[in-house]
Every structure is written in C-alpha cells, then in structure tokens.
Ligand binder design. Sequence first.
Ligand SMILES: O=C(O)CCC(=O)C(=O)O
Length: 262
Amino acid sequence: MERFLIPGQKKRSCTSDALTRSPRKKIKLEKDERMKEEKDEVDEDSALAEFSHPVPWQKIEAEGLDCDYALLFAKEEADQLFKQLENEVVYSTGEEAKVQVFGKVYSIPRKQATYGDAGLTYTYSGVTRSACPWTPTLESIRDAVTKTTGQTFNFVLVNRYKDGQDHMGEHRDDEKELDPLCPIASVSLGAARDFIFRHRDARGKHSCRQIEPVKLELAHGSLLLMNPPTNTFWYHSLPVRKKVLLPRINLTFRRIVLASKK
Ligand SMILES: O=C(O)CCC(=O)C(=O)O
C-alpha cells in the first residue's frame, strides 16, 4: 500500500547541516528558517482551509481496484454522530426490508434505510427504494465527505448491523442509475468490521483466475472511497463475525444520475 497526499502534515526542514554552521550565522539562519516555516504553515493552512478534516489517506490498489481510505472523524465526533443517527434514522420495514435473489424473496440480515434529494429512487436486488428527505446528521456527514473529496452526492444508503451476525453478501454497486464516474463513499461508525473485495474472475468453483482477495478493516469514523472502475471488476461483502457484539452503521453516499441525463 502506498501512502499519498497527507494534507495536514507540516513540512519541517532538516537541521543536520545547520549544526556545522558558525553560531552567529546559525542564529540568523535559524531565524530565517523559522520565518520561512511560519510562512509555509500559513500558506498550508490557507490551502487546507477548504478541507474540514485533513486526514492521512491510504491508497489501496489492485488490478482494476482503486480505493482510498482515511479516518474522517475522530473518536468523540464519531461517537456523537453514531448517537445522533440512532435517534434520526428510520429503517425500512415490510416489503422494503426484503430483497429478491433469483426470484426468491428474503429478509435482509441487517436494517436498511435510504435518504437523498427529493424524488430520487434506487433499485437494487429487485426492490425499488425512494429517498426520504436528508436528516440534519446525514446532511452534515455528506457535506464533510464532499469537503474532503470534492465529490457531490445526492443519495445515501444506510445499513445498520446490530452485531457481527448481521452482514452483507457479495455484490457490486454497479446499478445503471449510479453515475459511473463518481466514487461510492462509505462512512463507517460503530464496531469495526472486516470488509472483503473479491475479483469477479476469482469467485466460486469455476473461477478462471487466481487473484487474491483484498481485505480491510473498516474502523469507527473511517471513510472508504471506492473509485471507478472498482465496482466493475470487484465484488465486496461484509461477512459474519460472531465475535463482534456491538452495532455498526454504514453510510454509502452515491450519485444517482437524474432521469434526463440517463
Ligand atoms: O456496511 C458496509 O460496509 C457495506 C455496505 C455495502 O456494501 C453497500 O452499501 O453496498
């Protein structure tokens, strides 16, 4: 994994050669360096003003897989957001809490809700869901993701896992109504859970290639960006983890293409 762009890191100049300088010259140089550092810091701070959360990003790459991972919220903020979502989000019941797989209807092993801009719908696993109006907390998390990534989103799928028995099976988020150029931004709050990517050519008994799965742990307050073309080539899942006893909420922010643009 390669580390890249860490917007919050301050650059410090190396002092080793300064040790060999004469004391008077050294004092002047140190003063100049301090002034330059201070100027650099001001420049960096103003450049960073647009980032609400200057966080270290990790690049996760494999053949056809391109993801970025970072901690977006510190623990206290993430705890607070989790509590607020517990109060605000209303999860689907009845037919909307089911999926259809090869014509058979199943109850989903977690709770789900969909929020977004007025009039949007999203169809997956054979069920069409309409967007409820944004809640204040979903809106503020969406805006934090937009500030950090520069991407805009008009829809969010909320999944609540009561513990490690709740899970999500392998799938790709490749529905035709999703903007193919927009990453899917996945924010995790609550219990850390394993998240597994598997290449489409390396699944099941009849897989035609040997490609190692990519395994991540999604931490409390984290943001995972699944950039195109990840969802064309890779399936992802959140497997059962019996040892996990605490709940988790996951938000996947998406951009749905408006009907006139499809
Ligand atoms: O809960 C998760 O991290 C997985 C969510 C997911 O795969 C999805 O919303 O498509």
